[in-house]
Design a protein around this ligand. Sequence first.
Ligand code: ATP
Length: 276
Amino acid sequence: MTAIEARGLTYSYGGDPVLSGVDLTVSSGEFVALVGVNGCGKSTLLRMFAGLLRPTTGTVLLDGVPLTGFSRREVARRVAVLHQTLPPVPGLTVRQLVRQGRYPTRGALGMLWEPDAGHHADQALDLTGVAHLADRVLDTLSGGERQRVRLALAVAQRAPVLLLDELTAHLDIRHQLEVLGLVRELRATRGLTVVAVLHEIDHAARFAERVVALHGGRVHADGSPGRVITPELLAEVFGVAGRVVVDELHGTPRCLPDHPLAPGPAHGARAPAPTE
Ligand SMILES: Nc1ncnc2c1ncn2[C@@H]1O[C@H](COP(=O)(O)OP(=O)(O)OP(=O)(O)O)[C@@H](O)[C@H]1O
């Protein structure tokens, strides 16, 4: 079943379009990695998937229904977003945030009416490895701790679609592997659909089953990591000459970037042949 579909999406913040004709279908239960250079529109696309931005033209469909047909609460029941920032509420603790942050389950008076809300929040804190931080005040947390709390907040929402932007920002290598492994596990155990912006191509290769590369406002490549992550992609999309080898342990591609290609005509050229 299709979870999210983008049909002919364009978006402009006022100047030249950032996205100009994005077509993308994400099936239920898929883990899709979005890759591309800084500023190519990955976050913009995720924000449109979450209903936070309206496309200039084109349509986003959730479960086959145009997003515009859902209220904000209905969207939030279906789609959880990893927020870029935590609310600047003085004195708010991690547990309070994750319990109260379950926006879609709130009643008219802003009270949590779902009997399991506290349990789900505590479970999300456990799952994301931040239970020990539950009583800490948000603004005392380190960057990496805040990042994992943001993930707990998204997981606590228990929406079937998880949109993750900058998931591994601020995390050390162990925590990067842990959160990516956790997301993969959630996808397997809860059948979540995951769309994640990943800057580390090797992470995309290792953890996602499908990689979508945005370039020039469109989908430039879309397929399994083995098909999409190639020296040509490094050259055409990232402007980098490099090699791609197969990681024998995981059977996934691994990039060995060598040097930036000269800007201009060289960008888009094929990467040089591997050297010894
Ligand atoms: N609110 C805004 N107003 C004007 N321009 C914006 C706004 N938000 C983003 N942009 C511009 O739109 C383009 C796409 O931004 P976006 O954040 O979607 O890129 P991205 O691919 O997620 O980048 P990065 O990898 O650096 O996070 C960039 O050129 C950015 O400067």
